[in-house]
Design a protein around this ligand. Structure first.
Ligand SMILES: Cc1cc2nc3c(=O)[nH]c(=O)nc-3n(C[C@H](O)[C@H](O)[C@H](O)COP(=O)(O)OP(=O)(O)OC[C@H]3O[C@@H](n4cnc5c(N)ncnc54)[C@H](O)[C@@H]3O)c2cc1C
Length: 584
C-alpha cells in the first residue's frame, strides 16, 4: 500500500470518498451559501447494517444451539432493525414519552397511556416476529434460542418495548397452570397480532404485565399488603396498591395479593387480573402516575391502585410466590438477553466510530490503546452472547433433569454477573465516541441509562446472589447438590483447555465447598464473590469450547489470570486484538 500511515488511514476512513455515505459536507452560513467550515472526519450513520448477519457470536450460537431453522427469519429481522427507519423510531419512542390519561374529556376514569406511534410500530413488529411467545407456540428444540435471538435483535436497538414482550413470554407457563384461564387466554397470548385497543371486542391478542412490588417491599414480596377476598363466584376482589407496574396498557397482569385462607393456607396468592372484564367493562385499575425514570423511557412504568379489582387465582392460596416464580425465571433470562443485546449495540457503535474516526494522524481503531479497549468490549459481548444462548437452550421444553438443574443455578448466576457488567460496558463504549457518545444524538447515551435497570429488575444484585446460595444449599431434597453438579459438569467440559482456567475452576470448587459449609451470615457475606467466580467460570468454559483461541485465551487471561485488569482495555501482552475484532 502506498502513502504514509496517516494518508492510508485517511483513505480507509473514507475521507477521500471511499465510504458508502459521503463524509464531506459543507456547513452554510445563514445568508446562504457562505461556508463556515467543511464537515469531515465524522463517522457516517451506522444504518443499513444486517444486525444478525454481522453478529458472528449470535449467528454461530443460533446454529450451535439447534435453531439453524430460524436463520432466514433472523436475517430478515436483523435487516429490519438495522434500517434507518427502525433506528429513528427507537430514538423517537424514547424522546416522545408515554403519557398518562386518567380521565376522558367527560370526566370518566379511563386510566390509559398514550404512546407515540413509533413505539407501536416497534412492538407490533416484535410481536409479529414472535419475540414474545414464539417459543411456547412451537416448543421444538432450539425454540427458546430462536426466540432469544429475535428478542435480542429488537432489544439491541430499542429496549423499552422489550419489557412487555418479555413479561408476556414469561407469563405463559403461569397462566398454563390453570386450565380454565389457559383456555381463555392462551390463544390470545400466542397470537402475533398487536392490533386493537384495550377492550376492543375484536381484539384477539394479549400482552401481559406483572405487579408484585409494593411501597414497603419489592424483593421481599411477603411484605405485600394488597388483599384478595374470595368473591364466592370463582373470582377474588383485590384491594391495595403496586408501587411499580410496567406496561400498564397490557391486557392482563399477574398480581400477588394476600389471601385470607378460606380456600387454603393464608398468605400470598397469584392472581390473573384482566384490564377488561368479560362483559367489556373496565376492571378497576387506577394508574396513579408514571415513574420518571433514569432510562427505559419508551416503556411506561406506573404506580397503580386496586379497589375491589377482579382477579382469578392461579395455583393455591398461600403459594403465590411458588406460582409466579415460573414467570420470574423467564424474565431473569430475558434480563440476560437484554443486557447482552445492549452490549452488542455498544460494541458495534464503538467499533463503527473508531473504524471511521482519525485522531493524531491514524484511525482510532489502529491505535493500540484504543484497539485494546474495543477488543475488550468485544470479548465481554461475545461472552455474554454465548452464555445467553446456551441458557436459552436450557429453557427449551426438551430439557433433561440435569439441564433443568443447570438452568436453575446458571440463570441466577449469570443474571447477577452479566447484568452487573452491562452499565460499565456501556460507559466504556460511550467513551470510545468521545464527546459524541455523551450526547443524545447517538444511541449510547440512551444505552448507558438503560443498562442498570436490567440489574434492578427481577432480583437486584444481592437478592440474586442470595438466590444462588439458595440454589446451592437450601432447595428441597438433593436439589442443591444436583444444581451444582450439573453446573460444574457443564463448566468442566473445558477442563484441560487452558491452565489459567483450570486453576480458576479448582479455586471456585474450593470456594463453593467453603461457602456451603459456612453459616448463613458468612455465606451471605461472600455470596457476590462466589457468584462472580461461578459466572466467569461458565463464560470462560463456553468461550474455550466455542470461540477461536484468540478470543477464548484473551478472555481467560484478562478475567481469570493473576494480572487481570480493573477496567476495559487492560488486555495481556500478546493478545491478538485483530483476531478478536475480526469477529465483531
Ligand atoms: C423501571 C422499573 C420498572 C419496574 N417494573 C416492575 C413491574 O412491572 N412489576 C413489579 O412488580 N416490579 C417492577 N419493578 C420493581 C423492581 O422489580 C423492584 O424495584 C426490585 O425488585 C427491588 O425491589 P425494591 O425496589 O423494593 O428494593 P428492595 O427490595 O428494598 O431492595 C433494595 C436493595 O437492597 C438489596 N437487598 C434486598 N434484600 C436484601 C438482603 N436480604 N440482603 C442484602 N441486600 C438485600 C437489593 O438487592 C437492593 O439493592 C420495576 C422497577 C423499575 C426500576
Amino acid at each position: 500500500m502506498s502513502g504514509s500511515p496517516s494518508q492510508r488511514a485517511r483513505g480507509r476512513a473514507g475521507l477521500t470518498g471511499g465510504l458508502d455515505t459521503p463524509l464531506r459536507g459543507y456547513s452554510t452560513g445563514k445568508n446562504g451559501g457562505v461556508a463556515t467550515h467543511e464537515v469531515f472526519n465524522q463517522a457516517p450513520p451506522r444504518v443499513g447494517v444486517d444486525e444478525f448477519g454481522s453478529n458472528t457470536a449470535l449467528r454461530e450460537g443460533v446454529a450451535r444451539y439447534d435453531a439453524a431453522w430460524a436463520i432466514d427469519d433472523l436475517t430478515r429481522i436483523g435487516r429490519h432493525v438495522g434500517t434507518e427507519e427502525f433506528q429513528r423510531d427507537a430514538e423517537r419512542a424514547n424522546r416522545i414519552e408515554p403519557e398518562l390519561r386518567t380521565h376522558d374529556r367527560h370526566g370518566n376514569r379511563v386510566d390509559e397511556i398514550e404512546y407515540d406511534d413509533s413505539y407501536h410500530r416497534i412492538i407490533r413488529a416484535a410481536v409479529a416476529e414472535g419475540a414474545h411467545t414464539a417459543a411456547w407456540a412451537d416448543p421444538k428444540p432450539g425454540a427458546n434460542v430462536a426466540r432469544a435471538a429475535t428478542f435480542m435483535l429488537f432489544a439491541q436497538v430499542e429496549p423499552g418495548h422489550a419489557c412487555p414482550v418479555s413479561m408476556t413470554h414469561a407469563a405463559v407457563p403461569v397462566v398454563a397452570q390453570n386450565d380454565a384461564l389457559a383456555a381463555e387466554w392462551m390463544p390470545r397470548l400466542l397470537s402475533r397480532d398487536y392490533s386493537g385497543d384495550l377492550g376492543t371486542p375484536s381484539k384477539s391478542s394479549a400482552l401481559f404485565g406483572m405487579a408484585m412490588t409494593e411501597k414497603q417491599g419489592g424483593s421481599d414480596v411477603r411484605a405485600n399488603t394488597t388483599r384478595a377476598v374470595d368473591a364466592g363466584d370463582g373470582s377474588y376482589l383485590l384491594t391495595g396498591h403496586k408501587w411499580f407496574c410496567s406496561a400498564p396498557m397490557s391486557d392482563g397482569f399477574l398480581v400477588l395479593a394476600q389471601t385470607e385462607g378460606r380456600g387454603g393456607a393464608a398468605g400470598l396468592g397469584c392472581f390473573l387480573v384482566p384490564r377488561v372484564l368479560a362483559d367489556g367493562s373496565r376492571n378497576v385499575f387506577r394508574i396513579q402516575r408514571l415513574k420518571d425514570k433514569l432510562g427505559n423511557r419508551a416503556n411506561a412504568s406506573s404506580e397503580i391502585e386496586l379497589e375491589g379489582t377482579v382477579g382469578f387465582l392461579i395455583g393455591e392460596e398461600g403459594r403465590g410466590v411458588r406460582t409466579i416464580i415460573e414467570m420470574v425465571a423467564g424474565t431473569r433470562l430475558d434480563c440476560i438477553l437484554g443486557t447482552a443485546a445492549g452490549m452488542r449495540q455498544a460494541t458495534a457503535e464503538a467499533l463503527w466510530h473508531v473504524r471511521h474516526r482519525v485522531a493524531f494522524g491514524a484511525l482510532l481503531v489502529d491505535q493500540p490503546a484504543m484497539t485494546a479497549v474495543v477488543a475488550d468490549l468485544a470479548l465481554e459481548t461475545e461472552a455474554a452472547t454465548v452464555t445467553a444462548l446456551r441458557l436459552a437452550r436450557a429453557h427449551d421444553a426438551d430439557a433433561s433433569d440435569e439441564e433443568l438443574a443447570f438452568r436453575r443455578l446458571a440463570t441466577a448466576v449469570e443474571k447477577y454477573w452479566i447484568c452487573k457488567r452491562g452499565p460499565g460496558h456501556a460507559y466504556e463504549a460511550l467513551e470510545c465516541l468521545g464527546g459524541n457518545g455523551y450526547t443524545e444524538a447517538f444511541p449510547l447515551a440512551r444505552r448507558y441509562r438503560e443498562q442498570p435497570v436490567l440489574a434492578v429488575w427481577e432480583g437486584s444484585g444481592n437478592v440474586i446472589a442470595l438466590d444462588v446460595l439458595r440454589a446451592l444449599t437450601r432447595e428441597p431434597g438433593s436439589a442443591g447438590s444436583d444444581n451444582y453438579a450439573a453446573f460444574d459438569a457443564e463448566v468442566a467440559r473445558a477442563a484441560g483447555e487452558h491452565p489459567v482456567f483450570d486453576a480458576h475452576l479448582a479455586a471456585t470448587r474450593r470456594q463453593v465447598a467453603d461457602v456451603v459449609a459456612s453459616d448463613e451470615r458468612d455465606a451471605a457475606a461472600s455470596a457476590r464473590s462466589l457468584v462472580a467466580n461461578l459466572a466467569l467460570a461458565l463464560q470462560a468454559s463456553l468461550l474455550l469450547r466455542t470461540a477461536p483461541a484468540a478470543v477464548a485465551h484473551a478472555f481467560v487471561e484478562s478475567r481469570l489470570g493473576e494480572n487481570r485488569g480493573q477496567l476495559y482495555g487492560e488486555l495481556p501482552r500478546g493478545t491478538d486484538a485483530a483476531a478478536i475484532l475480526e469477529r465483531s
